[in-house]
Design a protein around this ligand. Structure first.
Ligand code: GRF
Length: 206
C-alpha cells in the first residue's frame, strides 16, 4: 500500500453508523481514504440504503452460507480495486480474498478477547459487560480471519464503566471512542505505518 488516499470497501449488515462516521470523517478531510463501494449480506438493511443515498455503489446479497456469500461480495467489491476492506457492523463470517491478507479489518465494541466471538454483537456485548461488573471496557480494531473477532489486534481504546451505567450508556461511550479509533487506524494504513511480524502488529514509531 502506498502513502496516499486509500480506496475502502465497506461491508455491513445493519444500520450503517460506522459508515456514517467514515463518510463524515472523509468529508471533513480527516480520513485519508475514500469509500469506493459498500456490500451487505442483507439487501434490506438501512446501511445499504444510506450508502446509495451517499452515492456510493452498493449491493446486498441475501445469501446465508458464508463461503458463497463471501464469493459474491468479493466478485462485487474487487471490481473497485479497494486497498482495504473495512467491516462495519458485518455480522457474518467473511472469507478474505486472495491477495488481501492483512488488508481486511473489523471493529468490535469490547476489549478483545473479552466479550467477543460468536453471539457477541450489538447490545449483547454491552449487556454482558454490564452484568460482569468490569470497570473498563472499550473497542478493538483487528485483522479479520475466518473466526469471529479473532484476528491479530491492531489497536484498542478503553472507556470507564460506572456502577450507575445502563448497557445503553456503555454502548454510547464505546461508540464515541470507535468513531475516533477506526478512522485513526485507517489513516495508519494510508500512511503505511502498520507492519505484521512474528504474529504481532507493529505500528511504526510506537
Ligand atoms: C459498531 O458498534 C461496531 O463495533 C460493530 O458494529 C457496530 C456498528 O453497526 N462492529 P451498526 O451500524 O450499528 O449496525
Amino acid at each position: 500500500m502506498s502513502n496516499s488516499r486509500l480506496k475502502l470497501a465497506i461491508l455491513l449488515s445493519g444500520t450503517g453508523r460506522t459508515l456514517d462516521n467514515l463518510v463524515e470523517k472523509s468529508k471533513q478531510g480527516f480520513l485519508k481514504a475514500d469509500i469506493v463501494c459498500v456490500a451487505s449480506n442483507r439487501s434490506d438493511c438501512l446501511g445499504l440504503q444510506k450508502a446509495k443515498k451517499y452515492g456510493i455503489p452498493a449491493k446486498g446479497f441475501d445469501i446465508k452460507e458464508h463461503v458463497e456469500l463471501s464469493k459474491k461480495i468479493n466478485d462485487f467489491i474487487l471490481k473497485f480495486d479497494p486497498d482495504l476492506i473495512v467491516l462495519a457492523g458485518f455480522l457474518k463470517i467473511y472469507h478474505v480474498p486472495e491477495g488481501y491478507k492483512f488488508r481486511v479489518i473489523n471493529i468490535h465494541p469490547s476489549l478483545i478477547p473479552l466479550f467477543s466471538g460468536k453471539g457477541y454483537y450489538g447490545m449483547r456485548v454491552h449487556k454482558a459487560v454490564r452484568e460482569s461488573g468490569v470497570k473498563v471496557t472499550g473497542c478493538t480494531v483487528h485483522f479479520v480471519n475466518e473466526n469471529y473477532d479473532e484476528g491479530l489486534i491492531i489497536a484498542q481504546r478503553c472507556v470507564p464503566v460506572f456502577a450507575k451505567d445502563t448497557p445503553e450508556d456503555i454502548a454510547e461511550r464505546v461508540f464515541k471512542e470507535e468513531c475516533k479509533l477506526y478512522p485513526e487506524v485507517i489513516n495508519l494504513f494510508a500512511e503505511n505505518l502498520i507492519d505484521v511480524k512474528n504474529n504481532k502488529v507493529y505500528i511504526k514509531g510506537e
